[in-house]
Design a protein around this ligand. Structure first.
Ligand SMILES: Nc1ncnc2c1ncn2[C@@H]1O[C@H](COP(=O)(O)OP(=O)(O)O)[C@@H](O)[C@H]1O
Ligand SMILES: [Mg+2]
Length: 664
């Protein structure tokens, strides 16, 4: 007996319809989802010419009997839903019954399948050949259990669409990224991706997400990510099912269920130029969701600079009734039935993980970011050839791509290089960065170097070596002096620290201003002479919108005509020249934005005042001033990065020191 049926017109009409085959990766996505829905535990993907010549997916899932092997190419033929009520509780990745017919109409498809269940256990397999939607051959054949679908010459009969395909390497990197992410979402399954003779991914089953990340991307990537795990019981059902009027009178109402969130979020040092490294899965389905994207942006607010993005992998699990996947034909958009709950939970969980960790940038990772390291890199553009594609998705997760401090928007990224990660753990880079590095440092920079026997002259340091610093460790810092009147050198039991005095003070002021703003007590000063500022028309428009917020932050301004502003009162600590610079910077940041988000404006104002009022570099500081600054920094919520996301402190840990001196 077959499992597939053609949906009634009434149900079919309720399904978000549209084309799903856009490029080779979309074919791979549909076929992968079918294999997963078929319960496969082993999935192998083979491609040639970036999927343009061949895409073949072989699984060990439930397979299909002969009738189904033919029916699956009909429109709206599916085994996954029957009635429109089923659309409310979709537990499978597919449900539209449109993928196979769409693919078969624009390619040469060869299907081999053999069902594995029930009475059909011993039946032979079926082979179907279908070209551009026309069935050429249907035969019985002795086949292994499961399904293999080969899709050749995609768009052979629609040359216009074929022309739109990108270079093979680009298409391949899309496929590689996709397969990798499905592999990440299903650590318990075996995934393989081969391109011609290259194995791009080999991922046998592992125990969990962590192990999968380790297996696919390696230890360094895992180290740059924070684990996320949290559960929230839903208070109510997003959509009762069955609806109350269909329930038996004495039926127990179903449990509302819970929202589970697992995954990884990158530490603030890892920064990307676009959102391409944010992957969100809802009930095992890869989705592009603006709500969750927004929650993530919120979680990283004031931790990452504007315009840069983290690496995030999130796996959301919830009852099928809580998420509507029938929104868009490619099924990548969903609607959460309790969207505010989901949004806030994601934001708060990711934020909490970041706050808890508050990682201290290590010397090595900062050194890797120095501006001369490499040419600019546009993510995704570097894939050339098979290995490059494999490298591309690996690279998406390779740490070390932090901004070089070339100003907002002008970040330079380190060239893709996996091998260099281990090399970066030593201090080789510091010699490149700092021409004054002492000779003994140069000698210890060989990554292969081992511990040197001490012949008893160097007894071990007795303290237990803690590598991960805690917030406590900031409180015990003792300043020793400044480097070039700009960086405070400090020590404690954890090691040697360098604190950027400007950004440290910036962080302190930023949090203070936000705090005082909250209780409407921002300190301000009356200027001796009003400060006159000319505004461009765009700036005038911005001023009109944010004038109230500026008032709440300690500014008092009068307008003369429409293009001149007279500032009479300003937040204390800002010098006149800085006030003007600060306001221009703020107006520019807000210009061109569609709708100003006042909360964002508030943090921008605080960040901007903090930046312009903070102690500058090249400023000598007395011992007690340094002590004060370090103590204030230790009291902040997020002492390790400035409001623009730059690191505040660097640490040369005791372990690094011991290693460098070949004591461990
Ligand atoms: N790899 C597979 N193993 C077993 N059955 C499959 C496989 N691929 C497709 N099918 C069957 O073919 C049907 C149609 O597939 P498809 O066109 O992708 O629609 P949908 O996945 O939306 O149901 C599926 O419902 C399923 O029963
Ligand atoms: Mg499908």
């Amino acid at each position: 007996m077959g499992r597939i049926h053609v949906l009634s017109e009434q149900v079919a009409n309720k399904i978000a319809a549209g084309e799903v085959v856009e490029r080779p990766a979309s074919v791979v996505k549909e076929l992968l989802e079918n294999a997963l829905d078929a319960g496969a535990t082993r999935i192998r993907v083979d491609v040639e010419a970036g999927g343009k010549r061949l895409i073949q997916i072989t699984d060990n899932g439930c397979g299909m009997v002969r009738d189904d092997a033919l029916l699956c190419f009909e429109r709206h033929a599916t085994s996954k839903i029957r009635t429109d009520l089923d659309l409310n509780t979709i537990a499978t990745l597919g449900f539209r019954g449109e993928a196979l017919p769409s693919i078969a109409s624009v390619a040469r498809v060869h299907l081999e399948t053999r069902a594995t269940t029930g009475e059909t256990q011993n039946s032979a397999g079926t082979l179907v050949e279908i070209n551009g939607g026309n069935i050429l051959r249907v035969e019985e054949a002795g086949l292994p259990q499961g399904t293999s679908i080969a899709v050749r010459d995609l768009f052979f009969n629609t040359p216009a669409r074929r022309k739109f395909l990108k270079a093979e390497s680009t298409e391949l990197s899309h496929i590689a990224t996709l397969v990798t992410h499905y592999a990440l979402a299903h650590p318990e399954k075996h995934f393989e991706l081969h391109s011609a003779t290259n194995a791009l991914l080999m991922a046998p089953p592992v125990a969990g997400y962590r192990e999968r990340v380790y297996q696919v991307f390696g230890k360094d990537t895992l180290d740059s990510l924070l684990s996320i795990a949290a559960v929230l019981p839903f208070d109510r059902m997003g959509l009762p099912h069955p609806p109350p009027w269909r329930r038996e009178a004495d039926a127990e109402p179903p449990e509302p269920g819970e929202l589970r969130l697992r995954g990884f979020a990158s530490k603030p040092e890892l920064q990307k130029l676009n959102r391409n490294s944010i992957y969100i899965f809802a009930n095992g389905r890869l989705i592009r969701d603006r709500l969750i994207q927004h929650a993530i942006t919120e979680a990283y607010r004031n931790i990452l600079p504007n315009g840069v993005f983290p690496v995030v992998l999130l796996f959301l699990e919830m009852p099928a009734t809580e998420v509507d996947v029938n929104v868009h034909p490619s099924k990548t958009e969903v609607r959460f039935r309790q969207s505010v709950v989901v949004h806030d939970f994601v934001r708060d969980t990711v934020r909490a993980a970041l706050m808890k960790n508050r990682p201290v940038p290590q010397f090595a990772s900062e050194i890797a970011a120095h501006p001369t390291a490499s040419p600019a890199l546009t993510p995704g553009a570097q894939a050339a050839g098979f290995l490059a594609a494999a490298q591309a998705w690996r690279e998406q997760y390779a740490p070390g791509q932090s901004p070089s401090g070339n100003g907002p928007g002008g970040f330079f990224f380190q060239a893709p290089s996996i091998a260099s990660l281990s090399a970066r753990l030593n201090f080789e880079g510091s010699i490149v960065v700092d021409a004054n590095a002492a000779v003994p440092v140069a000698q210890i920079s060989n990554p292969q170097a081992q511990r040197i026997p001490d012949n008893g002259c160097a007894p071990p340091i007795p303290e237990a070596i803690e590598d991960e610093p805690t917030l406590e460790s900031l409180r015990t810092l003792r300043p020793l002096g400044q480097i070039r009147n700009s960086f405070i050198l400090a020590v404690n039991e954890d090691g040697l620290w360098i604190v950027d005095q400007h950004v440290a003070h910036e962080r302190v002021l930023f949090e203070k201003i936000l705090r005082l703003r909250e209780v409407k007590k921002v300190e301000s000063q009356r200027l001796l002479l009003p400060l006159i500022i000319d505004l461009t028309p765009a700036q005038q428009a911005v001023f009109a919108e944010i004038a109230d917020e500026l008032n709440s932050n300690g500014f008092e301004a009068d307008t003369f005509g429409s293009s001149t502003l007279a500032i009479k009162v300003a937040p204390s600590g800002l010098e006149a020249a800085e006030i003007e610079r600060m306001l221009h910077e703020l107006f520019d940041q807000c210009t061109g934005e569609q709708a100003l988000n006042m909360e964002l404006v508030r943090t921008r104002i605080a960040a901007s005042i903090a930046c312009h009022a903070a102690i500058k570099v090249n400023m000598p500081l007395e011992q007690n001033k340094m002590e004060w600054l370090l103590a204030e920094l230790a009291r902040t919520d997020f002492p390790f990065s400035c409001p623009h996301g730059r690191p505040v402190v660097l640490r040369y840990s005791m372990k690094d020191i011991q290693k460098a001196f070949k004591r461990i």
